[in-house]
Design a protein. Structure first.
Length: 371
């Protein structure tokens, strides 16, 4: 098998767990937040900087790399690791979420999805076999089965048809896979219907994938509804395999996901808000581009040991952002990713020490659950 998951510790009072994901490109301690490098780069960050902040795995996007520069070119370059000079682990998503977010630009059929490129309007087809072909060319350590990410809200009949199609596509992905050095994860769907989530799990778990993701959440639904779906889904997933909650990257969603037993997370939020001049702090969000910080010579976060906070003030970073200087966005991105990687490290340590419930209660008391 291409990867192995070692469960090190389960919290005695919650579903939280700590483990190690062993991949061909190194070990990944979990729970883990994966910075998103959609176009084979985490925006504004170098691979060396990602290592500096402690990132052991990043995510890249099948849809975008298929359209540009093309998976065959990446294969010719020696795979994604060599192409982008990243020698640690990589996960690629299947492209399903991006294709389904195209709305009227795509048509879903049993064999796959016909869509028009958001770049030039050219027509393309993506199905289970094609998604596997692309991801095998990219060469990531963890690859995802092609699925249908249903919108929210959606009626029950549509969701049931969608999850059943996702299961059939997952089986086709298994049959199409030829590389054994890549771990193929299936994606549980089912919308906001607990019984359909259970049905999706009942169809996919017996197929014995190396790992399982929970998809179709954090798509606009209330936080409490997402937590309800996690409560219904995660207990049905194998204990000895990694569990990946897709598209989650705020501190509250991360700690709530860990509380319920998820191991892996990703989201574009920390890099996206950084480019809007907003940073993450232990007190919440700080929009450093705002006027009050024009003469604030404190670091972005008091006590933070990241490169940005050790060397630069809020006033200087605000000046860079207001002047549209790239270095300003680099500093805010560095800080945000550092904060989330460190947060997950603290959570992991608390699980190993069996103090996670206390950490969780402190977090909830300070911030509450996301509404």
């Amino acid at each position: 098998m291409s990867i192995q998951y070692t469960l090190q510790k389960e919290c005695s009072r919650t579903g939280a767990r700590a483990g190690i994901l062993h991949t061909p490109h190194g070990d990944v301690p979990t729970p883990v937040f994966m910075p998103v490098g959609t176009q084979a780069t985490v925006k504004t960050m170098s691979p060396e900087e990602l290592k500096d902040i402690g990132a052991n795995i990043i995510l890249s996007n099948t849809y975008h790399l298929y359209l540009r520069p093309g998976h065959e070119l990446v294969r010719e370059a020696g795979g994604l690791h060599k192409f982008m000079n990243w020698d640690r682990s990589i996960l690629t998503d299947s492209g399903g979420f991006q294709v389904f977010s195209l709305g009227p630009l795509r048509k879903i059929k049993e064999d796959g999805v016909t869509f028009r490129s958001h770049l030039d309007g050219s027509e393309h087809f993506l199905g289970p076999e094609k998604a596997m072909e692309i991801q095998e060319a990219l060469g990531a350590d963890v690859i995802m089965a092609f699925d249908e990410c249903a919108p929210y809200p959606a009626d029950r009949h549509y969701i049931k048809d969608s999850l059943e199609r996702t299961s059939r596509w997952a089986e086709r992905c298994l049959k199409a896979q030829t590389r054994k050095d890549q771990a193929l994860f299936a994606i549980i769907q089912g919308g906001m219907y607990p019984d359909l989530r259970r049905e999706s799990a009942s169809q996919l778990v017996p197929m014995d994938f190396p790992g399982y993701a929970v998809g179709g959440l954090s798509v606009g639904e209330p936080a409490e509804l997402m937590y309800e779906m996690l409560d219904a889904t995660i207990p049905l997933l194998p204990v000895n395999k990694p569990r990946y909650l897709m598209g989650v990257g705020t501190a509250d969603y991360l700690i709530e996901g860990v509380y319920r037993g998820a191991d892996m997370f990703d989201c574009v939020l920390p890099t996206r808000i950084a480019r809007n001049g907003t940073v993450l702090t232990s007190d919440g969000y700080l929009t450093v581009r705002n006027k009050p910080y024009a003469d604030d010579f404190r670091p972005l976060e008091e006590g933070c040991n990241c490169y940005a906070c050790r060397n630069y003030s809020r006033a200087y970073i605000r000046h860079l952002i207001k002047a549209n200087e790239i270095f300003g966005y680099r500093l805010t991105t560095y800080h945000n990713l550092y904060m989330l990687v460190r947060f997950m490290s603290q959570i992991r340590e608390s699980i190993l020490n069996d103090t996670f419930p206390e950490l969780y209660q402190e977090f909830v008391a300070r911030f509450g659950q996301k509404k």
